[in-house]
Design a protein around this ligand. Structure first.
Ligand code: MEV
Length: 338
């Protein structure tokens, strides 16, 4: 195996928001998802001591973003992330470059456990670093083959963290942009949607969640109420295809209405709560076009579609609720090697 003559490799990958289709996508439904302008950055020094060490700011107390946006349960969530990340790196090196060791430093702008794809972005970043190390390349270009390798291996890593993962988070973190994800049946059939400057606003409830627990909750719901769940899944699929058309048309009203319809389906499967409903109510009273959970729910972030002129009123109405909010943009670039 030709190992890179470089002593350092760096990579970064974006977090994500799900515009349509979370949870249902685990059941091979489609989803619309966007990479966002908040990233995970990684840098690795190559060593010959066969060991993988990771130091990171993913621990809540080290992360300025977590301090600002986070919750006090994040420390536990972060510990759950770091050990699987190390195992993930070790398992790839063991097969491809057993003589190598890596000293990795991760710095992330993504708060863990609030639906922004922090674990996927960490896995994609690490997979990008590992790909460069194993391929022994100094190139910053990523070939389609390497990008696919990064996606597939990052997904294996994410599955060490979340058990059952649809792959949508790793996909958009690897490829970037706004994508229509249509499942992982052997290959990933995903067409990038013509990129629209969607006016997206994010509200962090500062209550972190455990994605795998929420996915298991939905699994139980799907088994206990299978007929109803199938109906909801069909509705979610229709929301998604109509959403793709609304984005292509650039109709903000339709996109917002469909996001809200999507949220109602998420509420039915039990991943919303009173606080989320209250915040969404406030968003509508300020003139938001649409609002929904993004990601696993049960806390985490709320994604709002709202015209920029509405934001001051929204911020004023949310002040005093101990939340964090900010406008976000879609990021065209997925994994970057530097
Ligand atoms: C998590 O970002 C999205 C979920 O649909 C889980 C998954 O797709 O693996 C809840």
């Amino acid at each position: 195996m030709d190992i890179s003559s470089r002593t350092q490799v760096g990579a970064s990958a974006p977090g994500k928001v799900i515009i349509f289709g979370e949870h249902f996508v685990v059941y091979n439904n489609e989803a619309v998802v966007a990479a966002i302008n908040r990233r995970c950055f990684g840098r690795a020094e190559l060593t010959k001591n066969f060991r993988v060490q990771i130091d990171s700011n993913l621990e809540w107390h080290n992360n300025p973003y977590s301090k600002q946006h986070g919750t006090n349960t994040n420390a536990q969530a972060n510990r759950k992330l770091l050990e699987p990340l190390k195992s993930f790196c070790r398992s790839i090196l063991k097969d491809c470059a057993p003589e190598m060791g890596l000293q990795i430093h991760i710095k992330s702008e993504l708060v863990v456990g609030v639906g922004l794809g922090s674990s996927a972005a960490s896995c994609v970043t690490l997979a990008g670093i590992l790909r460069s190390v194993i391929a022994g390349t100094t190139s910053k270009e990523i070939s389609p083959y390497d990008r696919k390798w990064v996606f597939e291996n990052a997904l294996n890593g994410e599955q060490m963290i979340h058990n059952k993962s649809s792959g949508v988070d790793c996909y958009v973190s690897t490829y970037g942009g706004l994508v229509h994800f249509t499942g992982l049946s052997g290959t990933t059939e995903t067409a990038a949607i013509e990129n629209q400057p969607l006016p997206l606003f994010l509200i962090n409830t500062r209550k972190s969640h455990e994605t795998s627990e929420l996915v298991s909750h939905v699994r139980r719901f799907s088994m206990n109420r299978s007929k109803y769940f199938n109906e909801l899944t069909r509705d979610a699929s229709a929301v998604c295809s109509n959403g793709v058309r609304a984005i292509a048309k650039g109709s903000l009203e339709d996109i917002g209405r469909l996001m809200t319809e999507n949220h109602k389906l998420l509420r039915e499967i039990g991943v919303s709560n009173k606080e989320i409903e209250k915040i969404i109510g406030i968003c509508f009273s300020c003139g938001a076009l649409g609002a929904k959970i993004t990601g696993a729910g049960g806390g985490g972030c709320i994604l709002v579609l709202t015209r920029p002129e509405t934001i001051p009123a929204l911020n004023a109405a949310l002040s005093g609720l101990n939340l964090c909010s900010e406008a976000i943009e879609i990021a065209n670039k997925g994994i970057i090697i530097d």
